[in-house]
Design a protein around this ligand. Sequence first.
Ligand code: NAD
Length: 518
Amino acid sequence: MTRTVSAVTGAHVPADLPDHIRHYIGGAFVDSIDGDTFDVIDPVSNETYVRAAAGRKADIDAAVAAARTAFTDGPWPRLLPRERSRVLHRIADIVESRDARLAELESFDSGLPITQALGQARRAAENFRFFADLIVAQADDTYKVPDRQINYVNRKPIGVAGLITPWNTPFMLESWKLAPALATGNTVVLKPAEFTPLSASLWAGIFEEAGLPEGVFNLVNGLGEDAGDALVKHPDVPLISFTGESRTGQLIFANAAPYLKGLSMELGGKSPAIVFADADLDAAIDATIFGVFSLNGERCTAGSRILVERPIYDEFVERYAAQAKRVVVGYPHEAGTEVGALVHPEHYDKVMSYVEIGRTEGRLVAGGGRPAGFETGNFVAPTVFADVPADARIFQEEIFGPVVAITPFDTDAEALELANGVKYGLAAYVWTNDLKRAHNFSQAVEAGMVWLNSNNVRDLRTPFGGVKASGLGHEGGYRSIDFYTDQQAVHITLGKVHNPTFGKQEHPEPSLDDPDPR
Ligand code: NAD
């Protein structure tokens, strides 16, 4: 494969890029009905490298119609779980076998460091494998009322699932929705993020090769306010699984309300890492560096606020800042790069504006702008502010870049108040060797997920999701299966029919044995 590196920008341009990106509807690649397209840029040169079809309502209508037909008339929802599982495992095999190419394209399109993009490609395969296994092991509830009833759960796919995803780890996050939606027998319309449509365009070929029936997977590219909005408002789409910003989630919630759709919302975060004085400091520093600077800081579960107990505060800040300065900023395709380029100049401007705000709110101890040697592209040096007060904007607001706020605390109660004192509640990381404190603090912190003396290491069986402004509903393990299925309760009378009898008495007595008078 030929590789080119632009001499001007240092951008690596993968070979064999598509000449344009199209929708995939009913088993065929198609352009937008009105022929419209939008520019897609790479984050190192910030130049347009491809144009993508810009979907609107008419394209969403076509995709939903195809998905609906595949659901009502096609084989997919009616296959045995084992048969669907086989297709999902084949998908995982194909993704694994192409992990290097996937990582190359993802890194080019999103600016993620290549090694981390490779990890995300493998995780995408794992998501398919996990749900492939889960549906064949799936058992549903049955309840017996002796001599009266047997009641069981008839689990059914719901229909066309609308999947709307962000740009931070595009392919992996798409797989997190596609795998359970498909595993449970639904058909889907995916609307990927407009900043990063490249890797999503690979799903169609992967699914065709794995034997997914036509029409089960549909993809419409486009802007959120056009294609995304039309998907949310489509009456034949009963489910929307959304990952993105909290304020977009609020809008989608309101737009879906008239249709009473099932909604799963994985939203923003401003997660705290709380480091107590008795913690393993070396491990805590390594983990909190990785926790906010991995994935370029464009990570929903980033530990972007570090709360440090006063006795170790000065040492922590000094060591943290020194290590942050050593984090390697580089071109995304280079193996040694730890922080690459932010996804888009608009996002770069947003992150840089917070760096400027931070200068007035805290004490800058590392980074603070564009790193030396990177005159163009969306590069931001890992940036650390210490002594950040709880009312600072860089403490309260999601920056979604390589910027961290460090704040001291004196007591457990103060640490908890600081940890909980933001509108978000996605993740929390607690560093202490005191067993009682570890559990008491973890249980009291307002976060959907807590890691104790650990970085963000996922177990796919556990619930994933946030509280407060960080989300609504949880996916992960059986919770994903629950979201993408209806659980119909079927009740069977055993023996004699148990009826209060109406209308046979001249002066009816009130019935006292209706067990559930609803
Ligand atoms: P975003 O909300 O701007 O966009 C997400 C998706 O929604 C995109 O596909 C976009 O086109 C679409 N969209 C935008 N407006 C829409 C509308 N009105 N109707 C329907 N769809 C619309 O988010 P982003 O900037 O792409 O992603 C970053 C955000 O995602 C951060 O806040 C981050 O924390 C969050 N995130 C959360 C998780 C999680 O699991 N909780 C994971 C990753 C990212």
